[in-house]
Write a protein that binds this ligand. Structure first.
Ligand SMILES: [Zn+2]
Length: 410
């Protein structure tokens, strides 16, 4: 376990936010860090060299997708997900729980709207052909690829993630939505805790069985929806959980979050979690959310949004985002973003990208993804620098003041 650890650095005075370094067998991750998503062991459209060039420190792949295709055993044979995809840096896998459970249930990570009046467990299943069924032992689900039946349990998820061989793995948890009732959230939390203990036991067993492989850090996932007592209890229980001498190496903050509660929930959870272990917030990328989560103690983030929106022609800039396929870009012989240091902005114009979008050319995906990933990685890098310099609040005011002023201009 000596090759996986977290060293906290400078804190934001009076708050939980901090810098730090996560040491892994494949190198360090300086935090806070934006981790790019490579669901199918590829950041869509980018070569590993291009992933490195946007400044990404780590890549997050998806256990559910790689289990279905090409199979975790094949990735194991290849030497793990990093070797398989030709990436030399740290990798992360999620447990597959979110993908398995969210099928047909209309899950969303951050909800901007209020869910008042929607609190019913029935709302979720109504009118939907659910592809997943959860019980106390695990989850039955159908493949989104061919409809074949599968079952994930904490033990199955641990085995898959050991075979995928990422430096950071997540415990298998039940992800609920904000529409579930309080009673359901309580039952679900008990189930997630029982699964967490089973993950620790299986992780210990597999680590011993696969002696000689690099140690993989296991993160427990804190659920509890929007309830303070549930979030705090879940965080505390996972912080002290120990099975056969095995404890969690870090923690994930999971579940759906309302945008306006994001900071509060991060604070509740991180007040309970130990200072010397890293905390990952799953699935956020909007600049406002990144500042809020970092202020309240989250260290790492991942999100598909930068690359997904890139493929639709959206460019993020310090002055908000715009779509490159609209008229203002047609004769704009300037970069996507003035002053951006990415490959796309130093080699191409908005007019060229506008043309690629209109002509539906594949190169659009690559060039837009390079820019958007660079934007998010660089933003979090600059926040880290600001924390070290004691300028977090000033940098947030400066950045968001400009970003929100001309936001969503097309
Ligand atoms: Zn750029």
């Amino acid at each position: 376990m000596s090759d996986f650890r977290f060293v906290p650095g400078t804190g934001i005075p009076g708050r939980l936010g901090r810098t730090g370094v996560i040491a892994t067998p494949h190198g360090g991750i300086r935090t806070p860090a934006f981790i790019v998503v490579g669901t199918q062991a590829t950041v869509k459209g980018l070569t590993p060299e291009q992933i490195r060039d946007v400044g990404a420190q780590a890549v997050l792949a998806n256990a559910y997708h790689l289990y279905l295709q090409p199979g975790a055993d094949l990735v194991d044979e290849a030497g793990g997900v990093a070797a398989f995809m030709g990436w030399s840096g740290p990798t992360v896998t999620d447990s597959g729980g979110f993908q398995v459970l969210s099928q047909g249930a209309g899950f969303k990570k951050v909800l901007a709207m209020s869910t008042a009046g929607l609190a019913s467990d029935d709302v979720i299943a109504k009118g939907k052909d659910r592809l997943a069924h959860v019980d106390d032992d695990g989850v039955d689900f159908r493949s989104y690829r061919d409809g074949s039946r599968h079952r994930f349990t904490p033990e199955v998820s641990m085995r898959i993630q050991h075979q995928l061989g990422a430096d950071i793995m997540f415990a298998f948890d039940e992800c609920t939505t904000l529409m579930n009732t309080r009673a359901y959230q309580e039952r679900s939390l008990e189930r997630t805790y029982a699964w967490a203990l089973r993950c620790l036991a299986e992780h210990r067993r597999l680590t011993d069985e696969r002696a000689g492989k690099a140690y993989q850090g296991l993160f427990g996932v804190v659920q509890g929806a929007q309830y303070e007592d549930l979030r705090r209890r879940a965080a505390h229980e996972l912080a002290v959980a120990e099975v056969d001498g095995q404890r969690f190496d870090g923690f994930g903050i999971g579940g759906a979050l309302e945008k306006e509660n994001l900071g509060t929930i991060c604070r509740w959870v991180n007040e309970e979690l130990p200072r010397d272990k890293p905390r990952h917030l799953l699935g956020i990328s909007e600049p406002e959310d990144l500042f809020t989560a970092i202020e309240h103690g989250a260290d790492t983030f991942d999100c598909v949004n930068p690359s997904r929106t890139a493929r639709n022609g959206r460019a993020y800039t310090a002055d908000g985002w715009y779509n490159v396929d609209t008229l203002p870009s047609k004769r704009s012989f300037t970069p996507l973003e003035e002053g951006c240091d990415c490959y796309t902005c130093t080699h191409h114009t908005r007019a060229y990208l506008h043309h690629l979008a209109r002509a539906k050319e594949l190169l659009l995906y690559t060039l837009m993804t390079i820019h958007n990933e660079r934007f998010h990685v660089r933003l979090v890098d600059r926040i880290r620098t600001a924390i070290t310099a004691g300028d977090f609040d000033a940098y947030r005011t400066e950045f968001l003041g400009r970003y929100q002023k001309r936001r969503h201009e097309t």
